[in-house]
Design a protein around this ligand. Structure first.
Ligand code: AMP
Ligand code: ZN
Length: 492
């Protein structure tokens, strides 16, 4: 399904390494799962890039008319320090160092994650399940894999038997890693390991007495392996076969490879139709990463409190900077690059303001239909936001011509042009007109105060006051939306 049938949506499928026409499992609906953060530290701008890429995908699919169930998990257990099966749980380690409960670590960094994503105008997912909330489901999957003979228990731990699996299936379909090469390149087990083969991965690990994050299971007290949670939660909320699975490029192996193996073992097929991987944000040419220290926090950018920045930058500018790159391209972060994005974004906003003052004419000298189609063509071509943005700058040029009286549009074309421009800038790219970095929190506070006053007016049946607040805000470009959960707002 696509509103623009002549150019159907194409998605680059990492597993086939090609762009494919998107068809959903259930017509009109999309199930999308994205691996969420491990909440043991503040999210850096690199993490945020991946989540913003999938926010754009979520937004565009909804814009096309799909009903999207977007599941993005919170990893609050099972992710070991070295992304493998040994070492300490990342959250438990932080809890030990800070002398607080693991769930305090989880709470602190989940709140930080939500706050940062909200500042950057990311839509919340439809479901945000946690690993610790799905221990029972994970245990059920392990039992199933054991029943199928593709896992084995040793001393209270359960491992996935990769070589056995590989006899009937192919381990490595996503990453292209050949099992023979993996065997050749991995150290021989040192005799300490319980694994039959080094390629095997943990489904369940026995908890040592010091390991504080622990649950009972048929194999004793322990905790689930990192890859298992995503299989459990995606299957539970999206089914055995769903449309899109996303995450950063660095999750392809081993995380997503293991997810495929687990689901194949249980259900006999790859759980996902389109595997999507977002590329990395770099700084000084190196991957932004927590462990190397080569990273910057979004909050530092909004406040300007980092020596590498020439000044503070607003969340909208940071978002525009990200959207200027294709989600599958590497993007290098720098203060200069943000300054350039800020200039470009201000130009776009200025043009939008000018457009609202332009009056309809008798004839149109610009072809807005073709322009609009080009915007859709860009997005339908694997979410090509940089090409979309170049079309938006084409629109800026045309707005300047309209302003100078060198071009004209009928009222009908003017409306079509304005609506399409607003839809792409605000709904699809998720940009906002707020460019002052300090302003957005204050604005939120003031609007929420007015929402509270409007509620009070409604409780008192003072409909005139309630309508006045809504209409005055609307005139300022702030739209209130009443829903089951209360009133929210969007800044147009
Ligand atoms: P983690 O919390 O480490 O599990 O990572 C959360 C998400 O951030 C994953 O999807 C990673 O692939 C992604 N990620 C980590 N570093 C970067 C980076 N430098 N650029 C883009 N995405 C990243
Ligand atoms: Zn995952």
């Amino acid at each position: 399904m696509s509103l623009f049938q002549d150019q159907p949506l194409k998605v680059y499928n990492s597993i086939n390494k090609t762009k494919e026409i998107f068809t959903s499992v259930t017509e009109g609906n999309v199930g999308m799962y994205v691996c969420g953060p491990t909440v043991y530290s503040n999210v850096h701008l690199g993490n945020v890039r991946t989540f913003m890429s999938f926010d754009m995908v979520f937004r565009y699919l909804q814009h096309l008319g799909y009903k999207v169930r977007y599941v993005r998990n919170i990893t609050d257990a099972g992710h070991m320090e070295d992304d493998a099966d040994e070492g300490e749980d990342k959250i438990a380690k932080k809890a030990r160092v800070e002398k607080i409960e693991p769930m305090e670590v989880v709470q602190r960094y989940t709140l930080d994650f939500h706050h940062i994503l909200q500042q950057l105008n990311n839509l919340p997912p439809s479901i945000e399940p946690t690993a610790t909330g799905h221990i029972i489901e994970q245990i059920e999957i392990i039992k199933d894999i054991l029943d199928k003979g593709l896992a084995y228990e040793v001393n209270g731990s359960v491992y996935f038997d990769v070589l056995k699996y590989n006899e009937s299936k192919t381990y490595g379909v996503l990453s292209g890693r050949k099992i023979e090469e993996a065997i050749h390149n991995t150290r021989v087990l040192d005799g300490q390991s319980e694994k039959k083969n080094p390629q095997d991965f943990a489904l369940w690990k026995k908890a040592s007495p010091q390991h504080i994050m622990r649950w009972p299971s048929p194999w004793g007290i322990g905790f689930p392996g990192w890859h298992l949670e995503c299989t459990a939660m995606s299957t539970k909320y999206l089914g055995e076969k769903f449309d899109i699975h996303g995450g950063g490029m660095d999750l392809k192996f081993p995380h997503h490879e293991c997810e495929i193996a687990q689901a194949e073992a249980c259900n006999g097929h790859n759980p996902v139709n389109y595997w999507m991987h977002a590329n990395m944000l770099t700084m000084n040419g190196q991957k932004m990463s927590k462990s190397t220290g080569n990273n910057i926090l979004p909050g530092e950018i909004f406040s300007g409190e980092n020596n590498i920045l020439s000044k503070p930058f607003s969340p909208a500018v940071v978002r525009f900077f990200m959207m200027q790159a294709h989600y599958r391209s590497i993007l290098d972060f720098s203060s200069d690059a943000l300054e350039a994005s800020e200039k470009g974004y201000n130009k776009l906003l200025e043009a939008l303001k000018n457009l609202s003052n332009i009056k309809g004419a008798k004839t149109s000298t610009l072809d807005v239909i073709t322009w609009k189609q080009q915007c859709y063509d860009a997005m339908n071509d694997d979410f090509n936001t940089p090409i979309l943005i170049s079309n938006l700058f084409e629109a800026v040029k045309n707005i300047n011509l309209l302003k100078e009286g060198k071009a004209s549009l009928t009222q009908e074309d003017l409306d079509l042009f304005t609506n399409a421009l607003h839809a792409f800038v605000f709904d699809v790219l998720g940009l906002v007109t707020e460019t002052s970095s300090q302003g957005s929190d204050k604005l939120e506070g003031v609007v929420n105060m007015l929402i509270g006053m409007r509620k009070q007016a409604r409780d008192n049946k003072d409909w005139a006051m309630s309508d006045l607040i809504r209409d005055e805000l609307k005139a300022l470009g702030i739209q209130l939306k009443d829903g089951k959960e209360g009133t929210t707002f969007i800044v147009e």
